[in-house]
Design a binder for this molecule. Structure first.
Ligand SMILES: *Cc1c(COP(=O)(O)O)cnc(C)c1O
Length: 486
């Protein structure tokens, strides 16, 4: 009997052992992986093994040495990156897909959920006139959206850039606050990273529409083709939302593609107190969001939405391959969720992006939304926004804290102040370093209008108001120690 057959039926046993180990890990009672004198590396860093040790011993090693020395990112007090630990629903769905849906082709339940969950996301975020495609993260999601923008701009010039490449300089209008994956996308798309122009912002970090108009006019005069305007629905640094309506109107007047990067902040619109800030989203030609950020998906799930997936197809399709096209038929265009012949490949997502083999990601998003519904999502988003507001309120009242920007979403930029210290940037940098060493409440830092800010970003499903309170207490305690204000 083959080894795998001998092991069949044991998945349940092994997965329950794994589940127990992961539950233990999520208590975060284990020592920090960076803790000195804790020698897990010596168990793992071994030469290529000639002989295997078998599945039980592999499971033991996972439980003893790998999982307890995993990442701090899922820790509830971890507020540095905008990624977080997947929720339990996400973990279950991703595990199920790894077994039962190794590809996203043909008519089967996981593929139905691929399209259905994209439609659910579109419904949840008011993008009903758009169709989506999943990819691995905001980086690729931006790449796909800007690939559609490139296709649109050059087709207007009578050229197919997917087929023939580009033959003139273009401009992408973004801001300093835009995510740097916009520049990388421009590089990958053959436009060059210098094609991205940083339009001036107001002091809150939002694009100034007049500066955008001015930049477009100047480029047109110089013979540069305006290709896309990139608006942020939630900047990575400060969680700010660009004036989407104003940018979208300029895009329409000028016939330029309007892309909205909502990798982090798109779900913010579920908080009805700030929904009005998303007005103008309906003018977007493409929108991205990262379910693996605020929605709690396991890492590796992003979505790009466009009005017409045929544009993505012309931008990214592969040349025909007989081993694929000869064996089954693809559903052309935006056909509905496949429900017909057994020969159907299903919706050709592989032509709408840059991945052929790909995990089924829809099942993860389906599970997240199915578990708690839109109302559960909205409640979590409001809670995270409240946490940033609470810190802002404390920071604006406390004599040793300074609020550097009033939060819009779940990011709050503040710092410790003391009149005993002149180098406040240095002081806050040291406070931050100590927070990381203590390994409990771990924000990041950023620069806000020239000042070093402590920047917690609350997106983790396991993060509660008590973690925001604890972070402020830690900053006050460490700040007092380091500045001698205690
Ligand atoms: C995180 C982020 C990205 C990149 O997303 P990844 O999933 O990390 O690739 C792009 N844009 C914005 C605004 C982001 O916050």
């Amino acid at each position: 009997m083959s080894k795998d057959l001998a092991e069949s039926g044991r998945l349940q046993t092994l997965l329950s052992r794994l589940g127990a180990g992961l539950d233990e890990y999520l208590k975060f009672k284990h020592p920090d992986a960076l803790h000195p004198g804790y020698h897990w590396r010596q168990y793992l860093d071994i030469p290529l093994p000639k002989q295997g040790i078998g599945i039980d011993a592999v499971t033991d090693e996972l439980l003893q040495h790998v999982i307890p020395n995993g990442s701090a990112v899922p820790r509830p007090g971890f507020t540095s990156f905008i990624t977080t630990g997947g929720t339990t629903a996400a973990i279950l769905a991703a595990t199920a897909a790894s077994v039962a849906a190794p590809q996203r082709y043909t008519l089967m339940a996981f593929n139905l959920l691929e399209e259905l969950s994209l439609q659910w996301l579109a419904d949840m975020f008011g993008l009903q006139s758009m169709k989506g495609v999943y990819s691995s993260g905001g980086s690729v999601a931006n790449l796909l959206a800007l690939g559609a923008a490139r296709q649109f701009a050059f087709e207007q010039q009578g050229r197919d850039p997917g087929l023939d490449g580009v033959d003139r300089p273009v401009r992408i209008y973004a801001t300093e606050e835009a995510h740097h994956t916009v520049q990388r996308s421009a590089g990958v798309l053959g436009l060059g990273r210098h094609a991205v122009f940083a339009v001036a912002c107001d002091t809150e970090g939002r694009m100034l529409p007049d500066a955008l108009r001015h930049a477009i006019a100047k480029d047109r005069q110089a013979g540069i083709l305006p290709m896309a305007i990139v608006g942020n629905a939630g900047t990575t640094n400060r969680g700010e939302i660009d004036p989407l309506r104003a940018l979208g109107e300029i895009a329409k007047e000028e016939n330029i593609w309007f892309h909205v990067d909502g990798a982090y902040g798109l779900p913010g619109m579920l908080d009805e107190r700030i929904r009005h800030l998303y007005q103008g989203l309906e003018l977007a030609d493409s929108v991205i969001t990262d379910p693996h950020k605020w929605l709690g998906a396991s890492v590796g799930v992003a979505a790009t939405f466009v009005r017409d997936r045929e544009l993505l197809k012309r931008a990214f399709m592969q040349e025909p391959a007989h081993y694929l096209e000869g064996s089954v038929e693809s559903v052309e265009g935006d056909a509905p969720v496949p429900e017909h012949s057994l020969n159907d490949f299903g919706i050709p997502y592989f032509d709408y992006g840059v991945e052929l083999s790909s995990p089924s990601r829809g099942v993860v998003v389906w599970a997240l939304i199915r578990e708690i519904g839109v109302s559960g999502m909205a409640e979590r988003i409001r809670r995270h926004n409240d946490m940033a507001s609470k810190i802002a309120q404390v920071a604006s009242e406390h004599p040793h804290l300074e609020l550097l920007q009033k939060p819009t979403l779940s990011i709050c930029c503040f710092r410790y102040v003391s009149d005993k210290v002149t180098d406040l940037d240095g002081l806050n940098r040291r406070i931050h370093r100590q927070l990381l060493q203590e390994n409990k409440n771990m924000p990041s830092t950023t620069i806000v209008n020239g000042k070093l800010a402590i920047r917690p970003c609350f997106v983790g499903a396991r993060t509660e108001m008590s973690h925001a309170d604890a972070l402020v207490e830690d900053v006050l305690r460490i700040g007092a120690e380091l500045s001698g204000s205690a």
